[in-house]
Structures are given as C-alpha cells and as structure tokens.
Design a binder for this molecule. Structure first.
Ligand code: WTA
Length: 667
C-alpha cells in the first residue's frame, strides 16, 4: 500500500468511526420530497385492513378476470389469495407495457463479462418470449408441466422464465453455481419434463462446459424428455438424437405469437429449491396472483421506483443471480411487472477488475443498487479507491439483502457508495416469503445501521419468547409472521407434511415460523440475528449443514462428518467441517482438497468447507445425536457449557486442542 493510500484509508476510518455515534439516519429531505410514500399513516391504514391494502395492490395488475375473494383462510395454513381471479404473469410483465406504448423502453441493459452489450426493449423481450413459449409447446410442454432452468446470467434465462409463466408451466431454476449433480437431484424431485441449459458459461475469463457436465450426470431421468441448449459461448457439445435441441433452432421455427394463457390466481408459477434442516432441499412452491402482487408492490415502494413514464426514470440494478429468490423476485418479476429499466450483469464483482460494478453504475447511470452485504465487505477489503475512480452521482437509493449487514459495512456503503445522500434499505425476507417482509420505506423510516427496521405495510411480524411463545416487547426471541401475506409459499412441493411441520407446527397453523432469531429494541425496531436451525449462510447463499455433511461422507476415506457455520469476517459465515476418517487413515492437505472437490461436485463450489478439522470421534449425546452446539462453541473458541450429557467427554478436550493447534498454524 502506498503512503497516500494509507492516508486515505486512515481518514476514511476516522470518518466512519464518527458516523458510528449516530444512532439513526432520517430519510434525506431531498429524497423524501419526491418519494412515492412519505406519509407514515400508510402503516396504520394497511394494518387496519390488510386484505383491503393487498387488494389495492393487486388492482395495479391486469387481471383477465377479477377475483371474487381476496383471502381464503378457511383451511390454514393452506391460504389462497385472490380466488376466482385469472391472470398471467408474463402478460403483466410484458404485453401490458407494450400495449401502453412502452415497447421501446429498455427492459435490460445486459452486459457480458468481456464487455459485450445488449439493450433489450420490452417489445423485443415480448417477441422472444412469445416465440419460445410456442417452441416449448411444440416440445410437448403443457400447463402444469415442470420445466428446469440451469442457465447463467444471460438474457435467455429471463426469456425462459417468462415463457414458462406464459403457458402455465412452473419453472424450477437452479443457480448456475450449483453442480450438475445438484441439478439432477432437483430435476428428479420436481419430475421436470424439460431442462433448459447452455453450452458453456463465463467464469472470470474462462468457459465452464455446462452441457458436458449435465450430460455426465443426467443419465436417463425417467421424466426428462428434452434438453434445450442455448448457444451462448459457441462451445461444442454432444447433442443426443431425439432428446437435445438447440434453443436458437427451435426459436427460428416457432410460431411468432403465443397469447398469454389466463391462469387461475393460485396456479403454480415456480418451484425453487432451498436448504432446510435435512440433507434434502425443500421445494418452495409459489403461485401466480398473490406472488406477483407481493413482488410488484414491494419492488415499487421499497425501491421507490420511478418507471419509464416518469420525467426522471430510474435505472435499477439488483446484483444478485437469477438462480436465487432475490433474482426471481427482484431481477425478473418485480422490476418487469413495474416496467422498470434494469442492468443485468453476467459476471463476478471482481472480473475483469475490482471496480467493474462502479464502472457499470457510471456507464448506465444506475440510480438504485440492491446487493448483498458480502459484496460490500469484499469491496471494503479491496479499498475505496475502486469506487472512487468512478462517478456514482446517479445513485439515489441503496439496498441490502440476504444476511445481516454489520454496522461497519452499512456505514461504508452509506459513506463511500451513497455519499451520505442515499437511504439504505436493509431488506429481510426469504425464499419462502417470496417478497420483502421487513424493511424501511426509504421516504418514511429512519434507519439504524444493522436493523431491517419494521414490517412492510400489510405484513405482521412479531418476536416470540422461545419457551412461553408470548410476544417479547423488548429483547430476543423467535421471529414469526402472524398474518398471511399474498406472496407466501403455498406448500413444499410434494411434501405437504414437511411444510406444516417446518413452518406451522411450533406456534400453530396461523403463525409462520421464520427460522430466524431476532431482537426487538425499545423503539420497536427489529434486528435479525440469524438462523435457529441447521442452516448456514455463506456469502448470502443458504446451505444446510446436513446437505454438506452428506456430500463430505461421499468421499471414500471419510467415515463421519459434522458441519457447522462459523462467524467469518468476509462471508458472514464459513463452513467448518469436523471429519473422522475411515480406519487409521491419516488426513493431510490432499485429503482436504479431495473433500473439497467432492463437495464441489455434489453441491457446488460455494459449499466447500473453509476449514477441515480431523477428529477421532464426534461429540454425541448418549442417544447418538451429534452435538453441534458444542462444536460451534469449540470453533468460536467459547468456554464449553454443560458436557455431562456427552457419551465421551474426552472427545471434547481432544477437539479443543486440535482447533487451537489449527488456529495457531493459520496465524
Ligand atoms: C437471512 C434471501 C438479516 C435470514 C432473500 C433468512 C437476512 C435467510 C436478511 C433467507 C437481512 C435474508 N438481514 N438476515 N436483511 N435477508 N436474511 O431464502 O436468515 O436465500 O432466513 O432468501 O437469509 O435466505 P434466502
């Protein structure tokens, strides 16, 4: 580091330290003046009649047939919204904007890793979606058939999702960072009929052979009839006669029009697999009318969106991946439904250089940036000189999602990126909730760094005492949602019992158990602390410890493994694996690499353990249950609590010694 860099860093640290004393940040007057919502009475209005509030949001959408009932709550927890109504998500995201004369508006400024650019207008997107929807029908995909999508951040992923929505075929998108093995598993669970994938995907200057990897594992899945391959990188791939077709070929031959199918408000829109407490991922099922109502209303008000018709329209950028729920709701469905102009970036935040995000913000005049705290922490590490090279004056609002944002990252985001003029919306929600649930409203809510503040209008959140189940007025407890909301998951695909057990057993069928602990402060602000189940959050990626354990034991030399999440400066949490090897095999660096490779192949690179700790045995209760709490204490270097229930207390001492040795080596 040069002297001048050191000086800048030091000054910045001092400025940030001064900000630490500020407890609350009011919405800047200039922002507030023009905000869509600025009257706090909206909260009371929504709370006094949540159904009327959500119905008024649903009125913003185009329905083929109006609903007859807003909320059917006859059979909790199986809630239905806007029953009797028919609607189509792709019609609301595309056709209605084109019909209103906005066909020339840019839907996405797409930017490829090597600097390629493609502006896609609403009219162009509609044209391609209609063709691809016809092509899917031509492949035999009908209403209700599940379509798998395993694509990188290229425009075709949006086309594929909307084409499915157009014909009522629920999609099942798998994040491109998951391994082909994970794709196979998800296709199998969801009984997908078609899989849409790609020849190759950009990975920081290299091309990953996606179709080849899929071929290695997909075998003969009983239900999978067709694989559609997008020619993105021009890599050669083996096409199996009768099963595989190129996207471009079927598009060229397809009927150019395909009217949007009027679908029941409760028709399934998508399944998205996410991690739960066991090794088997949960298929979160979302439906049509309620989901679109939730994502469009939250996208409009949380991001204070001004779409193209406005004299000063926004350029919005959600820097997530479409393969996660954030991408579904806030890259695709929310923004398109609201007629927004967005940026879509194919690559990583540090390729071709560590300032690429800021370069893109300047290039496209981005006004709203929505990203994960992990990315902000990485930027802090790389240094303020990267954003400082660019003009970020266009920014007016910043968002955060996916994990708790630590005050230091919040303040850096506020100061270095937002130049103290942009409100920050720290949005708490989940794959299950479909849309943002706890968040500031940027023109109304005073923010406190690290708190997601309060529930969105029409949403009821509470903190309950772990043992009594009574609301905690001030202090820590379990976060719950106490009133149904339109974008809530409807069930776990083909696992109804698990749906009830996971979310609606602990406090009854009318109280949704979130799975996070939270604290309510004296002002009623909510601070989400983290998961209470065996789910870890690595860089905003949700993983189950059981899933990683079962991947590790697939390694030939491993006898047993226990995985925990450990606090990590960069990634929020990091995966630590305690591993017992078979017989008297001695583990070394190459064994660790082998274990990491196995996890990479089974789940994906992002799930690889950061640390592997060898152990002759794992701490277990007398009934044989692994005591993860103790492992967490050891890994975090905390004093050990009660170990009397352990089968073999000596194990703990050995482990503690091993961990301190490993620490000493790392330092
Ligand atoms: C965590 C991502 C604190 C939380 C949209 C939740 C957060 C899980 C926040 C859901 C936030 C998400 N503050 N924690 N603003 N946002 N989380 O399903 O533990 O991938 O339960 O959805 O991420 O992760 P998921």
């Amino acid at each position: 580091m040069s002297d001048s860099d050191a000086a800048t860093g030091g000054e910045l640290d001092a400025e940030l330290a001064a900000l630490l004393d500020i407890e609350r940040f009011d919405p800047p007057a200039k922002f507030r003046e023009r905000a869509l919502l600025k009257d706090p009475a909206v909260y009371e209005r929504a709370a006094s009649d949540p159904q009327a509030w959500w119905a008024s949001q649903a009125e913003e959408l185009d329905w083929f047939q109006h609903w007859t009932r807003v909320l059917d709550d006859d059979d909790p927890p199986f809630y239905k919204w806007f029953t009797g109504g028919t609607i189509n998500v792709s019609y609301n995201c595309l056709d209605r904007h084109v019909i209103a004369g906005h066909g020339d508006r840019v839907a996405f400024h797409w930017r490829g890793e090597e600097g390629q650019e493609r502006d896609i207008t609403y009219a162009e997107l509609l044209g391609e979606v209609e063709r691809f929807a016809s092509a899917l029908k031509g492949l035999g995909v009908g209403k209700g058939d599940v379509v798998g999508i395993y694509l990188p951040m290229i425009p075709e992923v949006v086309v594929a999702m909307l084409a499915c929505a157009r014909i009522g075929a629920p999609h099942n998108v798998v994040f491109g960072g998951f391994s082909a093995e994970a794709v196979r598993e998800r296709m199998e669970f969801s009984e997908a009929k078609v899989l849409i994938t790609v020849d190759g995907a950009a990975r920081k200057g290299k091309t990953a052979p996606v179709k080849d990897r899929v071929d290695e594992v997909i075998g003969d899945l009983a239900t999978l009839e067709k694989i559609v391959v997008v020619r993105s990188k021009g890599t050669a791939c083996q096409m199996r006669e009768g099963r595989d077709v190129y996207y471009e070929d079927i598009l060229a031959e397809a009927e150019p029009t395909c009217p949007a199918e009027p679908l029941d408000a409760e028709h399934p829109l998508f399944i998205l697999y996410t991690s739960g407490s066991t090794a088997k991922p949960k298929g979160i099922l979302h439906t049509t009318g309620g989901y679109l109502t939730g994502v469009s209303a939250t996208h409009r008000y949380v991001f204070d969106l001004r779409a193209g018709g406005d004299p000063d329209p926004d350029v919005y950028w959600c820097a997530a991946d479409v393969g996660w729920v954030t991408g579904h709701s806030y890259i695709v469905y929310g923004p398109l439904c609201n007629g927004a102009t967005s940026v879509m970036w194919e690559g990583a935040p540090d390729y071709p250089h560590k300032g690429i995000w800021w370069e893109l913000i300047e290039r496209y005049g981005v006004t709203i940036l929505y990203c994960a705290p992990t990315a902000i922490r990485a930027c802090i590490k790389w240094g303020a000189e990267w954003p400082n090279k660019h003009n970020l004056d266009s920014l007016r609002l910043l968002g955060s999602v996916g994990e708790p944002i630590n005050p230091k990252a919040w303040l850096w985001y506020h100061k270095v990126i937002g130049a103290e003029r942009c409100p920050i919306v720290d949005t708490w929600w989940q794959t299950e909730t479909g849309a943002i649930m706890i968040t500031p409203l940027p023109g109304i809510t005073a923010t406190k760094p690290g708190s997601a503040t309060r529930a969105f209008p029409g949403v009821s959140a509470d903190v309950l005492d772990e043992s009594s189940g009574e609301p905690v007025q001030q202090g820590q407890g379990l976060l719950v949602l106490t009133h149904p909301w339109p974008s809530m998951l409807r069930t776990l695909y083909k696992e109804e019992e698990r749906f009830i057990e996971t979310y609606f057993q602990r406090f009854g069928s009318e109280t949704y158990l979130v799975g996070d602990a939270a604290r309510r402060d004296g002002d009623g602000y909510l601070w989400v602390i983290g998961r209470i189940d065996d789910v870890v959050n690595v860089s905003g990626h949700r993983l189950s410890t059981a899933e990683v354990e079962s991947a590790i034991v697939a390694h030939a030399e491993v006898a047993e493994a226990a995985v925990i999440g450990q606090h990590d400066e960069d990634t929020g949490q990091a995966i630590v694996a305690f591993v017992t090897l078979q017989g008297d095999i001695q583990g070394d660096e190459s064994t660790i690499e082998g274990i990491r490779e196995t996890v990479s192949g089974r789940i994906g690179k992002f799930a690889r353990p950061k640390r592997v700790i060898w152990t002759e045995d794992l701490p277990k209760t007398r009934s044989g249950k692994i005591m993860r709490r103790l492992l967490r204490d050891i890994a975090e270097g905390r004093a050990l609590g009660d170990v009397t229930t352990l089968r073999d207390p000596v194990v703990m001492q050995q482990l503690q010694d091993q961990v301190s040795q490993a620490r000493a080596q790392e330092e």
